[in-house]
Design a binder for this molecule. Sequence first.
Ligand SMILES: Cc1cc2nc3c(=O)[nH]c(=O)nc-3n(C[C@H](O)[C@H](O)[C@H](O)COP(=O)(O)OP(=O)(O)OC[C@H]3O[C@@H](n4cnc5c(N)ncnc54)[C@H](O)[C@@H]3O)c2cc1C
Length: 272
Amino acid sequence: MPVTVKTFGSTGEAASALSSDRSARYLGGGTLVMRALNEGDISISTVVRATDQALSRIDVTSSRITIGAGVTFAKILAERELAFLHAPARSIGGPAVRNMGTVGGNLFAPNPYGDFTVALLALDATVSVQGGLGARDLPIEEFLQSRERQSGALVLAVSCQRPATADAFRYRKIARIKPKGGSVITLAAHLPVSSGRISGARIALGSMAAMQIRARAAERALEGRALDDAAINAAAAVAAEGVSPTDNALGSAWYRREIVGVHLRRLLSGLE
Ligand SMILES: Cc1cc2nc3c(=O)[nH]c(=O)nc-3n(C[C@H](O)[C@H](O)[C@H](O)COP(=O)(O)OP(=O)(O)OC[C@H]3O[C@@H](n4cnc5c(N)ncnc54)[C@H](O)[C@@H]3O)c2cc1C
């Protein structure tokens, strides 16, 4: 089946083209879209691209950072001000995938992918989306919950508050294929501390449900406490609450439930 490629100079035109055609798919870095096309996915008959420079812009001038949806992981790794996001960016694919793959595309990547999105969920990011009816900002959790319905919208950027200290944000990806591979589990934690106590803990998990989710019971176990062994053990003990992983070639649902507490304990303890 022939595929039409439409390239637009503005995000507005690209968003209109996407929202008016069910068979249109936006092309970010193409690491997943091109694979789908090469494998003969007949649900795609139009590929939409936008050359608007705003999509590849990074703004780190304030405590709130904004990353254009078209920014690649290689570009994030080259930006010193985004050091807190280097571990998640580095955990994605090999160099070729990091050179092409984008932050926007990662928001749509199915299991066992979507690692960068786990980090963004822990950081309580905002996703800026442009649909047929205009642009709006969505909390990332809301965006992920309605992801299936977002397929006709263009993601413009993501933004989040920079963690107050290097220690306040932690990330860990468990993969079987070293050094890189699909995720068995991905974990990220944002642990702001006020007067020695955690205030506003946020823990996100990848590959533990159909989409990236928060480990709310673990967050509650940490809230208002010092990050000591007792708090870490309490959080690890409830890490599997509310998860619904599935079996895949990288691990069974049973295995994922068994190890999520172990890896959360290591993440919170600062162990490698
Ligand atoms: C060999 C290999 C290894 C990989 N390893 C990993 C890994 O370790 N971790 C990981 O998380 N991922 C991995 N991936 C998946 C993928 O490369 C990344 O998730 C990447 O971030 C996808 O971004 P992209 O720009 O290439 O997406 P594309 O392929 O361009 O698009 C993917 C989907 O997102 C949509 N999309 C893209 N940008 C936008 C936008 N701005 N607005 C609206 N919709 C958009 C597309 O329409 C499409 O539906 C791997 C892929 C391959 C092929």
